[in-house]
Design a protein around this ligand. Structure first.
Ligand SMILES: NC(=O)c1ccc[n+]([C@@H]2O[C@H](COP(=O)([O-])OP(=O)(O)OC[C@H]3O[C@@H](n4cnc5c(N)ncnc54)[C@H](O)[C@@H]3O)[C@@H](O)[C@H]2O)c1
Length: 274
């Protein structure tokens, strides 16, 4: 998709990190922008920051809820009359091994990371098909969606599912000759608040017994925070998304080229058993 000026971008998880950078870039491209997020205060702040001189609205939405995503689409069409770029980007992390992750961890992470993307596709694709003009969907997965092994089982499971969903969507669009492009964004570490995802965890999905962190766990957490601060700035990810995904039409956007080896390792492992 080349012609972006005056078109409309919808960004979920737009109040922070990668989503905020995607929204900023969409504004810079002269697009109308719909900022969607569950964190009300941060969303209002992002709206104030981006809104000056631009066509920007914000909608509080929990992407795990299909009706809320329908309402997001209704407000988008009411404000701007079309939806041309969709960033299914909201995401959270929680849990550990498959058996130690609680049912609440699994439910929350699957709800946001997987149902959020399914809801976005089910709601917005029919609108885009009706528009019958070029459109593009970017689903934020992760390098975790292309590799084997991660410290959070719910996270890696949902990110593999988002990659599969994106591949499936590309096949369905090709088969039906839909004028819609689709990409899976698969970055490695980015300097965002992903490690503080718990700030948006609904009360009913909180764990009954929170683990009391040991001094060693706290030290590891601090080291991780320092590491993330030095990770790739979200703006560089947004640049890659627009260049490689939206303009070049790549199915996989892999901004960290050094991750090629972990992807290859997974496929080598599969091929070894064929
Ligand atoms: N930061 C990284 O290193 C990294 C790497 C690979 C992939 N990702 C993915 O990037 C995406 C964006 O995360 P980020 O790193 O910018 O983190 P972030 O925490 O800075 O931003 C995530 C945003 O999603 C919002 N959100 C959470 N639950 C929501 C819900 N139910 N409905 C609507 N919005 C919700 C949050 O309020 C927040 O604004 C996620 O899908 C994440 O898995 C991040």
């Amino acid at each position: 998709m080349q012609d972006l000026k005056g078109k409309t971008a919808v960004v979920t998880g737009a109040a922070s990190g990668i989503g905020k950078a995607l929204a900023t870039k969409s504004c810079a491209e002269g697009m109308n922008v719909v900022l969607a997020d569950v964190e009300e205060g941060a969303l209002a702040k992002a709206r104030d920051e981006l809104g000056r001189g631009a066509s920007v609205i914000s909608v509080v939405v929990d992407v795990s809820q299909p009706r809320a995503v329908d309402e997001l689409a209704r407000k988008t069409l009411e404000a701007f009359g079309s939806a041309d770029l969709l960033f299914n980007n909201a995401g959270v992390g929680a849990g550990s091994t498959i058996w130690e992750s609680t049912l609440e961890d699994w439910t929350w992470v699957i709800g946001v990371n997987l149902w959020g993307v399914i809801n976005g596709i089910r709601t917005f694709v029919p609108i885009m098909l009706k528009q019958n003009r070029p459109a593009h969907i970017v689903n934020t997965a992760s390098i975790a969606g292309l590799m084997k092994g991660h410290h959070s089982a719910p996270y890696i499971t949902t990110k593999h599912a988002v990659v599969a969903l994106t591949e499936q969507l590309s096949v369905e669009f090709e088969r039906t000759k839909a004028p819609i492009g689709v990409s899976a964004l698969c970055p490695s570490w980015v300097n965002t608040r992903i490690n503080e995802s718990g700030r948006n965890r609904p009360t009913n999905l909180r764990n009954q017994t929170e683990i009391q962190p040991t001094p060693e766990m706290l030290k590891r957490w601090e080291q991780m925070q320092e590491f993330i601060k030095r990770a790739t700035p979200p703006a560089a990810i947004a640049d890659a998304v627009f260049e490689e995904g939206i303009r070049m039409g790549k199915l996989y956007i892999i901004p960290h080229k050094e991750t090629a080896q972990v992807i290859k390792n997974r496929f080598d492992g599969i091929m070894k058993d064929v």
